[in-house]
Design a protein around this ligand. Structure first.
Ligand code: SF4
Length: 690
């Protein structure tokens, strides 16, 4: 029952117990946790000092984890809808009754067409077990539609894969030894804290830090230099840097010769991008590009920490391709402290097939739905091209009503009275409000899991520190029980969570070590590409991708202007990006009171010049709008915004917004050049004082 917390009465020693775990959130740092438990109650969550990447430190968000776990609004029992869709009226229901009904209703849809059922999940937990293990088995066995999980990083993944061969890069610890660090598209202080500590160490030893970001973030303020380019122009900047490397012969010809593919074509293309031309496109001085190229060539080893912010535009994948070419041109990969890191997750030997069992599909090949177009797809009628209308959605580890683009459409889709919606959740999120059933989910303190990281190269194990709060259940248990009710008797549905943790890596990671210390380091060389050996088809860094060319696409990276590029619309003259508020992580933590108190309220940052032209002052309520919708929030006239660009900080739950919406009311469902990713930062708007 809301307001009261019951802990199952397992005997616990009265003295504090420390339990080793892993942070489950969508953050590259994947911290090792130590939870202190007294009499069955978690009283403190801290960073594990024995794990060198965590170094005993957590961000503010996860330091408050007990506040989140024992939150008075935590869902403690299953709920069934008791009013119109989205009214938020629910009644408690027993687990058996809920699961019996859900199984029966899914079975009825599956009898007509299993593809009319859609699982919808993302990185609400990054855990391999509570993420996609038993859930994937269940949906594969059912033959449900497949979900293309694109909403955060798929453009960057495609860009990296078509250049370096996968999500691979520098070992993060070596950034501390770099002499130049380009922090590109990342507010590291807010979203990659442990990397920032390494960057600080490098700075103390004399390194220069340069931040490349349309917003003057906390990170940009603390770097030596800020390159404040327009959103969606990163590829132009990268190509102009190449131009300068070529013009001054700041190239490692030997590395290019031995370990790259397509140099002649890239050279020709880059020579078209003079600093003047790129400066015009990026909205920065040509001289700044020249100086940056000189620094990149001469302050060696030079390292690039790229993050996913910059790939949420039409040309996001091409931009990542262009940037990922830079270290091979200068031979930066030769040094452990040179190269680039966007994501390290491809270095983890996860046995996804064993966890997710795609073989349970048999001969069936269900359609794939892109999660970034859920708004359109929920409203799409049946057709030969689309297949059956979506009749049932099961949402876990995700909050699409708040986070998916063009949320007016997403809401309209979830509001369909004929859509059967089940949401596994810890809280009454915007999405849960539209559910037919809400099933209470455990937090990371209450279940087993095992993790990879996309910011370092250690595997982490998460042990449950406390019994499930209220009647909450792990996702795995819910899907196991649904499978049983639906008569799926493959033995894989009996595998328990600890066994799933072992299955994730099999013999490739020492599970005894994970049990003992909570983490295990992968045997990754210090300079993984010093001698080339990229995991591409050619084994080289592919400036030219034959795979792309075979698809009729450009084999070389290029600058692709935004769909909604600055200056292209007289009605909507401002480019809007929507970076995360510092104390939230996507839409997680928005309901944690102490964190929300820091963020106060949804804000739109606007430059003094743009504010003055519109009669807007800090604290004014403004209407932000375009053809897709409108959103009201308070304005903050801020030096963080460059003229022509506004920042709608996210991702607030719609229910906390002034008019019950959030910034995604304005974003579009168009997709990136490669990878089918969303284009959250490719969005023109106008702003008006209300
Ligand atoms: S959110 Fe990131 S920095 Fe914070 S505890 Fe989790 S992994 Fe560490």
């Amino acid at each position: 029952m809301p307001g009261s917390i019951s802990i199952s009465p397992k005997a616990q020693p009265a003295s504090p117990v420390k339990v080793l775990g892993a942070c489950p959130h969508d953050c590259p740092d994947t911290c090792a946790l130590v939870t202190t438990v007294v009499e069955g109650r978690a009283i403190r969550v801290q960073g594990n000092p024995a794990h060198r990447q965590t170094d005993g430190v957590l961000c503010t968000k996860v330091s408050r984890y007990t506040e989140r776990t024992y939150h008075p609004e935590r869902l403690l029992a299953p709920l069934r809808r008791a009013g119109p869709k989205g009214s938020g009226r629910f009644e408690p229901v027993g687990w058996d009754e809920a699961l019996d009904d859900i199984a029966a209703r899914l079975q009825a849809v599956a009898a007509r067409s299993p593809e009319a059922i859609l699982p919808y999940s993302y990185a609400g937990t990054m855990g391999l077990v509570q993420g996609e293990s038993m859930a994937a088995r269940f949906f594969h066995r059912l033959g449900a539609s497949l979900l293309d999980r694109t909403i955060c990083s798929s453009a960057g993944t495609a860009g990296l894969t078509h250049t370096l061969g996968g999500k691979v890069g520098m070992k993060v610890e070596f950034f501390a030894q770099a002499r130049l660090i380009l922090i590109w598209g990342s507010n590291s202080i807010a979203s990659n804290l442990h990397f920032w500590r390494l960057a600080q160490e490098a700075k103390r030893q004399g390194a220069k830090l340069v931040c490349i970001d349309p917003r003057r973030t906390e990170t940009a303020e603390k770097c030596h230099e800020h390159v404040q380019l327009r959103p969606g122009t990163d590829a132009a900047l990268a190509l102009a840097l190449m131009h300068e490397l070529i013009a001054h012969d700041w190239l490692d010809h030997d590395y290019i010769e031995r370990h790259t593919l397509g140099w002649a074509g890239l050279r020709e293309r880059a020579l078209r991008w003079t600093p003047e031309r790129a400066g015009e496109v990026c909205g920065i001085p040509a001289q700044q590009i020249r100086d940056l190229a000189r620094d990149y060539a001469t302050l060696t080893p030079a390292a690039i920490r790229l993050n996913y912010g910059m790939q949420r535009v039409r040309g996001g994948a091409n931009a990542v391709r262009a940037i990922a070419c830079l270290p091979a041109l200068t031979g930066a990969w030769r040094h452990p402290a040179g190269g680039l890191l966007l994501s390290s997750s491809g270095m983890f030997p996860v046995d996804k097939a064993a966890l997710q069992r795609p073989d349970l599909l048999g001969e069936r090949r269900p359609r794939t739905i892109n999660m970034s177009t859920i708004g359109d797809d929920l409203l799409r009628p049946a057709s030969p091209a689309f297949g059956p209308r979506i009749e049932a959605v099961v949402v876990y580890n995700s909050n699409p009503v708040a986070v998916a683009p063009e949320s007016g459409m997403v809401v309209a889709g979830f509001a369909r009275e004929d859509l059967f919606t089940v949401v596994l959740e810890q809280f009454r999120t915007d999405t849960a409000d539209y559910a037919d059933y809400i099933l209470p989910a455990t937090t990371q303190l209450e279940h087993w899991d095992v993790h990879l990281s996309y910011g370092h190269t250690d595997v982490l194990l998460n042990r449950p520190a406390i019994a499930p709060v209220g009647q909450a259940r792990p996702n795995t248990q819910v899907f196991r029980e649904l499978a049983r009710r639906m008569g799926f008797n493959d033995p894989c549905f009996d595998e328990d969570d600890q066994a799933l943790c072992r299955t994730a890596y099999g013999e490739r990671v020492d599970f005894a070590l994970l049990l003992e210390q909570g983490f295990a380091s992968l045997p990754v060389p210090d300079a993984p590409f010093a001698q080339g050996g990229f995991p591409t088809a050619s084994g080289k860094c592919e400036f030219f991708s034959a795979a792309l060319a075979q698809q009729g696409l450009d084999g070389l990276p290029d600058h692709l202007p935004n769909y909604e590029s600055a200056g292209s619309s007289p009605s909507y003259p401002l480019a809007m990006i929507s970076p995360p508020a510092r104390n939230f992580l996507n839409s997680t933590f928005v309901n944690v009171r102490s964190l929300r108190d820091i963020e106060r309220e949804p804000l739109l940052e606007i430059s003094a010049e743009d504010a003055q032209a519109r009669g807007i002052s800090s604290g004014s309520v403004v209407r932000v709008y375009n053809d897709r919708g409108e959103y009201r929030c308070k304005a903050e006239v801020s030096p963080r915004a460059r003229p022509g660009v506004v920042h709608g900080l996210g991702v607030w739950w719609r229910k906390f917004g002034l008019d019950g919406t959030n910034v995604n009311q304005l974003t579009s469902q168009r997709l990136t050049d490669l990878g089918g990713g969303p284009v959250f930062y490719d969005c023109l708007v106008e702003v008006q004082a209300v």
